[in-house]
Design a protein. Structure first.
Length: 201
């Protein structure tokens, strides 16, 4: 039951993009087409899940025993950068079209604060559900939280990309065309997701 609560909370209630506002750069930059948004979401999902697994192990089996927790951010960024390089190489071989479509935003996953934010959250923030005493996530809960956060990221990206594709076909006033209507739509989507916060207390 706790894993289900983690998934619902990460995807809907505390959506990494629309409730915590982490990873907004690719959200606005790669969401012109649904296909590109889905590709970016898949890359972020893979990097976020594996990065959280590796950074959790680095935190508790390297940094804490050596007493160098202050190196957390640097160590986590190095892990994420290595994983993004791996994803970039794989995408270039498997799907050159998607690799070209993602462009500069693929290497920018390295500095995507959503990926780094989830990795830091699971090792530093106590979580509690259903009135339970807040406790740190274990390894399995951390990976589930990371995957659920990535799914929430993907859901928000795909919904927003679909809305932007629809807006391109709509009769939007000239002053609002392009970025202004995209930002208004993103705000409305964020408010819709904020409505889920009343479900879980």
């Amino acid at each position: 039951m706790e894993y289900i609560l983690i998934i619902i909370s990460a995807v809907f209630v505390n959506n990494i993009l629309l409730a915590q506002f982490l990873g907004v750069c690719p959200f606005l930059g790669v969401s012109n087409k649904v296909s590109t948004a889905v590709g970016m979401s898949g890359a972020v999902c893979f990097v976020m899940a594996v990065a959280t697994l590796v950074t959790y192990l680095v935190q508790y089996y390297l940094l804490v025993p050596l007493g160098i927790e202050f190196m957390q951010t640097i160590a986590f960024i190095l892990v994420i950068a290595a994983l993004v390089q791996m994803v970039e190489i794989i995408l270039k071989k498997i799907s050159p079209a998607l690799y070209q479509a993602l462009g500069i935003f693929l290497p920018l996953i390295t500095t995507n604060c959503a990926v780094l934010g989830v990795a830091i959250l699971v090792v530093s923030k106590p979580f509690g559900f259903g009135g339970a005493e807040p406790d740190m996530f274990n390894l399995a809960e951390s990976v589930v939280y990371a995957i659920a956060s990535a799914l929430g990221f993907g859901l928000a990206m795909t919904l927003f990309a679909g809305m932007r594709e629809q807006l391109e076909l709509s009769n939007v006033p000239k002053a609002f065309k392009g970025v202004p209507i995209a930002l208004i739509t993103a705000g409305i989507l964020a408010m819709a997701f904020m409505g889920f916060s009343g479900i879980v207390k």
